[in-house]
Design a protein around this ligand. Structure first.
Ligand SMILES: Nc1ncnc2c1ncn2[C@@H]1O[C@H](COP(=O)(O)OP(=O)(O)OP(=O)(O)O)[C@@H](O)[C@H]1O
Ligand SMILES: [Mg+2]
Length: 754
């Protein structure tokens, strides 16, 4: 900073000082240059590509990009003018011709490489003159980073090896690390200029984001992260060939969890959500978003009459009714089907509902009306009639007189929310399948009416899918929902049913997005065959744990892990012990004791003793680390922290503890991770105080570090060092001024405020 270096300080006020903060923060504290390395906070080694393979495939740089290492990669691509290119190539051709001619006249054999080169140049010239190719200059630099020399050397070596294996020749530009590093910065300034000219098609092949052909959609949501390289997978199911999603996996594998996550994220993007929820496990989620929960069970207010036309034509309705009875009765025999066909027609006719569309608005029949139509047939003398009639009547009984009789009435349903869950947890088990089917039909016909994006989730969909043999209805539903922007999301454990039933296979072929979550070994081979999984994918499925999935979007496949933010996790987890913790945490909160600290996940430091298990877990997910250190009171304590500085963990925690101490008196205190002192604050008299924390145990290193900071420290009104071993360093008191141990810090800070 260009400031007067005189004794009298110019940082008159706290604000004045803050004004210059940006300058301090944006400039590195030191730059140490070595022949093949440069140290600016981290250690860097820049590698330049000095040669490339003759032919490359599209996306050939992907392997380089996908490496899970600490590095930056920059490519500079700049076009040549056509004129220059043609002149250059013609020149080159002349040279080559002369060489070939010279060799030939001397009677020598012309090397194949030269002939090849000549042919390449000739065809390139032709392509450029045709305008189908252009020439570019390309340069490629990689900045390998690390916290130490060894660190960088290791990273750099792996990168160079990978480059070699891609037939890119790497070189470390010795004595040019600063311009090299500047060339990597995203400011498009190639100071190194290690250039190579290439054609447009080769330049296009260098585009490195062809990763397993997952195109990131601008309107997409975060589905998960690539399990190999943690690259976020952002897709928009509505942008694919169809918006349907299928989730397959064993119980507890995280099927519902991942869908709940997708639901929340899609809802935020304006997608309407409907869930058919057999376990009542979406209730918390729906409540959080002020959605509507429709309970369908004996005694509840909402009901759907299976005979309700739901704005379909009578023919359509008949098709769905037959599908409905298939769910109710199991697979229909031919005589059963014939009887139902006939009696359904008559039941509608009795109510005056015929093929004439005008009659469709009349009040529809209910299940009892059908029962009454079938009943007389049970008295038939013909076995082919009375047997199937008995079967139908026996099952219908429970819907007319038995536990499911609440369905024997006209539809009562009031949908009025962007997020609705149909909770059928309390419905009798015998009727769950039929209820799910009816809700599916009802919601589907309602959703058909609008073109806005919406999702319909069917959890535990096997009930519907397994009874779907011959079910034209399910087939049609799955095939048509794309037309009105409806994404059908099916979740099922029963992989076998999906793979073996016709409806299941129809779902497979009409579902662009599939998530294969942990599979039972027994079923794994079947999955491998069905989805053509390779060995790596098979292994991934085998060792998969909750939260990991093989994502299939159209034809692309990718192993991913699914991660929720702590806030999201709280809403969607179903694990009983966790839910208990969440409840406990809620109870604990209003305790209102002095010692109670408000939990704020965004703070970088937490005392472990203050945290609930749930909070601990949230911090773990965010990669907080644990450390036991001696605090300012001299006692040791456990902390969770996220060190975003380059300093050691101990240094980081200590810095925050000192700030915490200062905050007891004033909020005009700050922490710095730059060349500024570690902690600064303003005393009541307006004086600016600087504190430097030295946690290095080696005396020599400590003294070196302190020396480095001393000049900055002197610019403050007062300063002191907090050192590890105050008795030893006291010998240097004359040079460094006040040096105290950490337990003296509270008293020292207090002295400025009294
Ligand atoms: N990605 C994840 N991250 C963290 N926890 C997860 C994840 N996936 C699942 N879990 C945990 O596992 C529990 C069980 O998951 P989930 O309810 O989704 O299983 P499921 O596959 O739907 O099982 P079921 O077939 O029995 O319904 C979740 O409540 C959650 O606590
Ligand atoms: Mg589930």
């Amino acid at each position: 900073m260009a400031k007067d270096s005189g004794e009298k300080k110019d940082q008159k006020s706290y604000l004045d000082y803050e004004d210059h903060l940006i300058e301090y923060l944006t400039s590195p504290s030191t730059i140490i240059q070595k022949p093949t390395e440069i140290e600016i906070e981290k250690h860097h080694q820049v590698i330049a590509a000095i040669n490339y393979p003759r032919v490359v495939d599209p996306g050939w740089l992907t392997r380089l990009i996908e490496m899970n290492l600490d590095f930056d990669l920059s490519m500079h691509i700049s076009p040549y003018s056509v004129g220059t290119t043609v002149a250059m190539l013609e020149n080159e051709l002349k040279k080559q011709k002369t060489d070939i001619y010279a060799l030939e006249t001397e009677g020598k054999i012309v090397p194949q490489a030269l002939i090849q080169q000549h042919e390449d140049t000739t065809s390139l010239l032709q392509l450029i003159q045709e305008g189908s190719e252009k020439m570019f200059d390309i340069s490629l630099y990689i900045d390998a980073k690390g916290f130490s020399d060894e660190d960088v050397e290791k990273t750099s070596k792996i990168i160079r090896n990978t480059m070699n294996s891609l037939m890119i020749i790497p070189k470390i530009p010795s004595y040019q690390m600063l311009p090299a590093l500047k060339s990597v910065l995203p400011v498009a300034d190639d100071q190194l200029k290690v250039l190579r000219n290439i054609t447009s098609s080769a330049a296009a092949a260098c585009f490195p984001f062809a990763i397993t052909s997952f195109e990131t959609h601008a309107t997409g949501i975060l589905i998960g992260f690539n399990a190999v390289n943690s690259i976020p997978i952002i897709i928009d199911p509505f942008e694919l060939s169809n918006p349907n999603i299928l989730v397959l996996g064993t119980s507890g594998g995280g099927k519902s969890y991942s869908i709940k996550l997708i639901l929340m994220r899609e809802f935020m993007e304006g997608v309407d959500i409907n869930v058919i929820d057999p376990q009542g496990e979406y209730t918390d989620l729906v409540k959080t978003f002020n959605g509507q929960i429709i309970k369908i069970a004996p005694g509840s207010d909402s009901v759907i009459n299976p005979f309700d036309l739901m704005d379909q034509t009578l023919d359509e309705k008949k098709l769905s009714l037959l599908a409905f009875f298939r769910v109710m009765l199991g697979e229909l025999t031919e005589p059963e089907r014939a009887i139902l066909d006939d009696t359904i027609d008559r039941t509608y006719e009795e109510k005056g509902i015929t093929k004439d569309p005008k009659s469709w608005s009349k009040e529809p029949p209910v299940l009892e009306d059908l029962y009454n139509e079938v009943m007389p047939l049970t008295r038939s003398t013909k076995e082919i009639i009375y047997r199937p009639a008995m079967a139908i009547v026996n099952t219908l009984k429970s819907y007319v007189f038995g536990p499911m009789r609440f369905m024997n009435q006209q539809t009562k349903m009031n949908l009025g929310n962007r997020m609705i869950s149909f909770d059928i947890r309390d419905a009798p088990d015998v009727g769950k399948g039929t209820l799910m089917f009816l809700i599916l039909e009802y919601v589907y016909t309602q959703m058909k009416k609008s073109k806005t994006r919406k999702m319909l989730v069917v959890d535990e969909a096997w009930t519907i899918l397994s009874s779907g043999e011959q079910s034209e209805y399910i087939l049609r539903l799955i095939k048509t929902c794309r037309k009105f922007n409806l994404s059908l999301v099916m979740i099922t454990q029963d992989v076998e049913d999906v793979l073996s039933s016709r409806a299941g296979r129809a779902v497979l072929t009409n579902t662009a997005t599939k998530m294969l979550i942990k599979q039972d070994t027994a079923i794994l081979d079947e999955i491998v065959k069905q989805f053509n999984l390779n060995d790596a994918e098979k292994r991934f499925m085998k060792i998969s744990t909750a939260g990991r999935a093989l994502l299939i979007a159209e034809t692309a496949r990718i192993p991913i892990y699914i991660q929720a933010s702590p806030e999201e996790h709280r809403i969607i987890t179903t694990r009983p012990d966790e839910m208990l913790n969440i409840v406990n945490a809620d109870i604990k909160k209003p305790a209102g004791k002095d010692t109670y600290r408000e939990f704020n996940i965004n703070l970088p430091l937490h005392r472990k003793i203050d945290l609930t298990d749930d909070q601990l877990k949230q911090l773990e997910v965010r990669e907080f680390m644990e450390l036991r250190i001696k605090t300012l009171s001299g006692e040791s304590d456990l902390f969770l922290f996220k060190n975003d500085s380059e300093d050691t963990a101990e240094h980081f925690v200590l810095q925050h503890l000192i700030l915490e101490e200062i905050r007891k008196y004033t909020n005009k205190g700050l922490i710095h991770h730059t060349r500024l002192p570690d902690v600064t604050f303003e005393a009541p008299n307006g004086k600016m105080i600087a504190i430097e924390v030295e946690t290095d145990v080696g005396l020599k290193r400590s003294l070196e570090n302190m020396e480095q900071k001393l000049n900055v420290m002197k610019k403050y009104d007062d300063y002191f060092f907090v050192v590890e071993n105050s008795s030893i360093v006291q010998d240097y008191k004359e040079k460094f001024g006040t040096m105290i141990g950490r337990t003296d810090v509270p008293a020292k800070i207090a002295s400025y405020f009294t």
